[in-house]
Ligand binder design. Structure first.
Ligand code: 5GP
Length: 224
């Protein structure tokens, strides 16, 4: 009776510093094989443990600028002096597979994607408290006191961006956060704007079938 769109959802996930969005996304992807991450391009150097084509496509600044000229990106932004961009062709191909596609991008990127795809689902992942952000920044143990303060201030400012999103997911307990994202996706599949066609069979034929063909009229409705 109801035919709904088989197209995958486009989901943008952003998060504040130390909100743990990357772990949330990894866990989500490990649970679902109907979901894919669109790998971004970046001009920043590869970090230890990162894999080209998995975490990002790592390119030089010049290569990235050529791609901008070729109009290869759905959106791109400069974050901390490096370019990051979402490849147009990859997202298009992934959407055609019918899978749900996740973009893990910053707030500026999310705003651009929203303009291009108004039905995109925008999810903002937050840490449970600033006290917890402080604990997570310090426990990384990699930064100087100055860097720690800067990261903390960044996290503070980023929180004000939440109203640009459709959903906020607090990442206190990892499994709960991932469950919430799955629930958001499940609900979004039932949205009215995903309905492509509603068809009802011929009313008269159906009435005829259960009243006349089954002799329902004679049994129940005959007036004597
Ligand atoms: P990192 O260098 O730590 O991996 O990422 C830095 C920031 O860039 C993060 O906020 C991340 O979400 C964002 N980012 C990653 N890929 C993209 C992208 O394709 N477009 C935009 N606009 N931001 C991105």
């Amino acid at each position: 009776m109801i035919k709904t769109s088989k197209t995958g959802e486009l989901i943008v996930i952003s998060g504040t510093t130390c909100a743990g969005k990357d772990t949330v996304v990894k866990t989500l992807l490990s649970r679902r094989n109907d979901m894919k991450l669109a790998v971004s391009y970046t001009s920043r150097p590869m970090r230890d443990g990162e894999v080209d084509g998995v975490d990002y496509y790592f390119v030089t600044k010049e290569q990235f600028e050529d791609k901008i000229k070729n109009d290869d990106f759905l959106e791109y932004a400069e974050v901390h002096g490096n370019y990051y961009g979402t490849p147009k062709a990859e997202v298009k191909d992934l959407l055609e597979t019918g899978k749900d596609i996740i973009l893990v991008i910053d707030v500026k990127g999310a705003e651009q994607i929203k303009k291009l795809f108004p039905s995109v689902i925008l999810i903002f992942v937050m840490a449970p408290s600033m006290e917890e952000v402080k604990r997570r920044i310090i426990s990384r143990g990699k930064e100087t006191a100055d860097q720690i303060i800067k990261r903390f201030q960044t996290a503070y400012n980023e929180i004000n961006e939440y109203h640009k999103y459709n959903y906020v997911v607090v990442n206190d307990i990892l499994d709960d956060a991932v469950n919430k994202i799955e629930a958001i996706l499940l609900a979004s599949k039932c949205r009215v704007d995903r309905i492509e066609e509603v068809s009802v069979e011929n009313q008269e034929e159906i009435i005829h079938e259960f009243l006349v063909d089954k002799e329902f009229v004679n049994e129940k409705m005959e007036i004597k």
